[in-house]
Design a protein around this ligand. Structure first.
Ligand SMILES: *Cc1c(COP(=O)(O)O)cnc(C)c1O
Length: 409
């Protein structure tokens, strides 16, 4: 690393990072930068340095930092009502649910907060559906998942993760999950038994490094699920809501899952807001009192979520992601063989495998930080690029230029 690329930290940065290190549990290893402001695709640190944000809070910031339409929706609702719990009705949830159900082409929405809660909710719904509709014997239901999955951090979910960091030392784990290789439809079919309630799958595996399954895989899985009377649950928490140049990653193959799991960008980068979306025949199995959340469906999150859905309904962000993604893909392809060993791109979302001779993913991310570009490494040698969908092509070009420079350093 040359001096010009070394992040030079001033005293306020060191002090803030120091107090975080002393008093915040060490469940993350953040890059050494302290962000104080954000606007669109850009953030500013406490020293006033600007950075292009190519992580977008793991796609929770698809619309960028403080999108004016989303801030306006939040501010308007802050002045009226923020929380009621579901003990009462509020005047925002119905409109949000109606708009989201329409966007998904489904009947019902079950609102939660975090992505992991949406996954847990989807699993509960699938099990209840298996017992009450499919006729599976009590406590016998199974769910087929994929190797390399990431569905969140709760104890049930990490139980079927094969990432040792996510999984080890957190058992005992809930039974009822079978994991098969990702992208292998035949392996899914072989794992299905009369007790199978659902197949839970990421249409593209984000945390695994933007791993895209073979063409036709999702369509095959759809057919297999239909044939065996098994629910197809698509975890679109990271892949959905415009990221891949379509509303959902399933749209790339014209596939409609039985259940959508949504989160991250649904809250507009302002609040945690997640949802399970499905038809009455599936989500209708949940009866009053069987599931809930104090904050789920709160009016503030609903007002923001409604605006998010309205923004997606125009198709403008999907079109933008598709065009910018093609641009990004062409630029990244030029790097293969020049410090990059592989690139996977879907819409405005890329996994870039860095040649170990040029450094680890973490080292590349740190050097990019020194040049004003924020990315995050995943699984050692991969860096993930997921800019806000409001980024400009010229800004992407500049960021790729910085990547070239740090790879050659
Ligand atoms: C982030 C993520 C989750 C978990 O969401 P949280 O809001 O962090 O709980 C689940 N599934 C996928 C695919 C994700 O990317």
């Amino acid at each position: 690393m040359t001096p010009s690329q070394t992040p030079t930290l001033d005293t306020s940065t060191i002090r803030i990072i120091g107090s975080e290190d002393r008093h915040v549990a060490h469940n993350y290893h953040p890059l050494p930068v302290v962000i104080a402001r954000g606007e669109g695709a850009w953030v500013t640190d406490v020293e006033g340095k600007r950075y292009l944000d190519l992580l977008s809070a793991y796609s929770a910031l698809n619309f960028g930092h403080r999108h004016p339409a989303l801030v306006a929706a939040a501010e308007e609702q802050l002045g009226r009502l923020t929380l009621t719990s579901r003990a009462y009705h509020n005047d925002q949830l119905g409109a949000f649910a109606e708009a989201l159900a329409r966007l998904c082409g489904k009947d019902l929405v079950l609102p939660m907060n975090t992505g992991a809660e949406a996954v847990e909710t989807g699993l509960k719904v699938a099990r209840a559906w298996a017992y009450r509709v499919k006729g599976v014997a009590q406590d016998a239901a199974t769910v087929v998942v994929a190797n390399g999955n990431f569905h969140g951090r709760t104890t049930t979910i990490v139980g079927f993760s094969d990432d040792p960091q996510a999984h080890d030392d957190f058992g005992p784990f809930a039974p009822g999950f079978v994991s098969v290789p990702y992208g292998d439809a035949a392996a899914i079919e072989a794992a299905i038994t009369p007790q199978t309630a659902a197949v839970l799958i990421e249409p593209i595996q984000g945390e695994a490094g933007v791993v895209i399954p073979p063409d036709g895989f999702l369509r095959e899985v759809r057919d297999i699920c239909t044939k065996h009377n098994v629910l197809l649950i698509a975890d679109e928490i990271q892949s959905g809501l415009g990221r891949v140049g379509e509303t959902f990653a399933c749209d790339r193959e014209g596939v409609v899952p039985d259940v959508y799991l949504l989160g991250k960008a649904l809250g507009g980068g302002i609040l945690p807001l997640s949802a399970v979306v499905a038809d009455e025949a599936v989500l209708g199995v949940i009866r009053p009192g069987e599931h809930g959340s104090t904050f789920g469906g709160n009016p503030l999150a609903s007002a923001i979520g409604l605006r998010v859905v309205e923004m997606l309904a125009s198709g403008e962000f999907q079109t933008r992601a598709k065009a910018l993604g093609e641009h990004l893909e062409a630029k990244l392809a030029e790097l293969v063989g020049h410090g990059v060993t592989g690139v996977r791109v879907a819409g405005l979302w890329a996994g870039v495998d860095v040649d170990p001779a040029r450094g680890t993913g973490r080292e590349i991310a740190e050097r990019l930080l020194g040049r004003g570009v924020l990315v995050k490494d995943t699984h050692g040698q991969t860096i993930r690029i997921a800019p806000p969908l409001v980024v400009r092509a010229t800004e992407l070009d500049w960021a790729i230029e910085q990547l070239k420079l740090v790879l050659d350093a």
